[in-house]
Design a protein around this ligand. Structure first.
Ligand SMILES: Cc1cc2nc3c(=O)[nH]c(=O)nc-3n(C[C@H](O)[C@H](O)[C@H](O)COP(=O)(O)OP(=O)(O)OC[C@H]3O[C@@H](n4cnc5c(N)ncnc54)[C@H](O)[C@@H]3O)c2cc1C
Length: 456
């Protein structure tokens, strides 16, 4: 017998974007189901929050949980040259309110995402784990729900006037509708692992993010976590990382450690946990963020190079904003794509501002320190954008940057699809191969290996 369940909204994926959308919709009084393929807690990369993640977390009621957590408090960011020279840390409280945005967290995603799920359930969201969505249902030119496979292998239909795609970088809708657009330039590879016993800086700097440079504008992240762990990874062009034919993630990682004295010294007393992850994290955007009866949030709408740790802020913000737009649409009884125009404009402006700074970061001719010295009037803008306060007029900052680099045009992606286009193809489309011969990511977007050869 074909079982069908009905809701006000269906959310596919229980990551930060999905739980944010579902929680905010439930706060508006709607009946929401979240369908998640994995059993939580599950592993995920993306562990450093930025200051302006605060408003979305507050809206979801997550701040008390985070304050009570063991996650290290993050007050600052610093940059380190290959020779090991560290910049003066930038402390968020030098510009922002000490009681709110100026302190954020370094999270372990398995625990952080579980907290978001627990919070969603407490607020009334029906979160179902180990349910894989296998098809987006369309009728009469609009989306009407999904078909999903339950843990026992049975198939069930879930119906609602609106479906939220929060499937992360797998980007279910964008992939099936052939809406994935790779970024023209940002095609990097990341390799990472976890250390125990590595150096933690003292006092207020114990939870700082460090970005440490290697040649060719590659960089390491060094993110202190709780339980004595450090998350440490290297990001660079695939061609550079795999030079001389090296493809093994552990060998790539340890070769690059030698390229930065600060990283080498900080890791020296520690020990790697033995697991290494690799992803060809080539940046992409979805051509559209919505069509009739369907809206895309978080990484499912686009993934931006993680150098400024903007992913979680954008995921949570887009989830909350989409929920507000859906609420209005449900009240109006109109789930057409055009209802998501304002949502699309705001997210597009924020992502584009951040993307332009990411381009500048990778340009050999740009040093943010030099820009700041030459154009002190742009420093506030630069700080705000890097801290995640991305929806502002930054023309002063981009004028300053344009003295050092070509600031790219905004990409014409991310607006709602034109009327009547919901019935575009819904069939798996081949995802382009990662650049520079890097290995294909495995399920969830990563290749995961253990040094001892044990199955990962
Ligand atoms: C190397 C790297 C470093 C990063 N560092 C940072 C950082 O420091 N700070 C930061 O903020 N961000 C960082 N990010 C980005 C961050 O990981 C993402 O932006 C964030 O996880 C996006 O959340 P999301 O909810 O959109 O997707 P996800 O967290 O990926 O959640 C998607 C969920 O959907 C589920 N799903 C997928 N398909 C289906 C299906 N068919 N049916 C049911 N469920 C499904 C998945 O199981 C998953 O749980 C980094 C990313 C990378 C690759």
């Amino acid at each position: 017998m074909n079982i069908t369940e009905s809701f006000d909204a269906i959310v596919v994926g229980a990551g930060p974007a999905g739980t944010a959308a579902a929680t905010a919709l439930t706060q508006h009084g709607h009946r929401v189901v979240v369908l998640e393929r994995e059993k939580f807690p599950r592993y995920h990369i993306g562990e450093s929050l930025i200051p302006f993640t605060y408003p979305a977390l507050e809206r979801l009621g997550m701040i008390p949980r985070l304050r009570a957590s063991a996650f290290p408090k993050k007050y600052s960011v610093q940059f380190v040259s290959p020779s090991g020279k560290a910049s003066q840390p930038f402390y968020f409280f030098d510009r922002y309110d000490r009681e709110t945005v100026a302190q954020t967290w370094q999270v372990l995603r398995s625990e952080f995402d579980q907290m978001l799920v627990d919070n969603a359930r407490e607020k009334g969201v029906d979160v179902r784990e180990q349910v894989e969505v296998i098809e987006l249902l369309q009728e009469g030119g609009r989306h009407v729900g999904v078909r999903a496979r339950l843990q026992d292998g049975s198939i069930r239909e879930f119906r609602a006037p609106i479906t939220v795609d929060a499937t992360g970088r797998e980007a279910m809708a964008a992939t099936r509708k052939a809406w994935r657009r790779p970024d023209p330039l940002l095609r990097k590879v990341a390799v990472w692992t976890y250390y125990e016993g590595a150096v933690r800086d003292p006092g207020i700097d114990a939870g700082a993010t460090t970005v440490a440079f290697i040649p060719n504008k590659g960089w390491f992240w060094y993110i202190p976590q709780h339980q004595g762990r450090i998350s440490v990874g290297v990001v660079a062009d695939g061609k550079y990382l795999t030079r001389d034919g090296i493809k093994d993630p552990a060998t790539i990682f340890h070769r690059e450690v030698k390229e930065n004295v600060w990283i080498q010294e900080h890791l020296a007393p520690g020990k790697s946990c033995g697991d290494y992850w690799l992803t060809a994290e080539y940046t992409f955007r979805s051509l559209h963020c919505a069509t009739d009866g369907l809206v895309l949030v978080g990484d499912a709408a686009g993934f931006l190079d993680p150098v400024f740790s903007s992913g979680l802020m954008l995921a949570l913000k887009s989830g909350v904003m989409a929920a507000d737009a859906i609420h209005e649409a449900l009240l109006a009884g109109d789930m057409s794509a055009a209802r998501f125009e304002t949502f699309a404009q705001v997210m597009h402006q924020g992502v584009e501002n951040m993307r332009k700074l990411v381009y500048a970061f990778y340009d050999e001719n740009v040093s943010f320190r030099t820009v700041a010295r030459s154009y002190p009037e742009a420093v506030g803008d630069l700080t705000d954008c890097l801290s995640g306060d991305v929806n502002k007029d930054f023309s002063r900052m981009f004028t300053a940057l344009s003295q050092f680099t070509t600031v790219p045009e905004s990409l014409p992606y991310g607006m709602p699809a034109p009327p009547g286009s919901a019935s575009a193809p819904d069939a798996p489309v081949a995802i382009p191969a990662p650049p520079d011969g890097a290995p294909l990511p495995g399920s969830g977007g990563y290749t995961h290996v253990r040094l001892d050869g044990a199955p990962a």
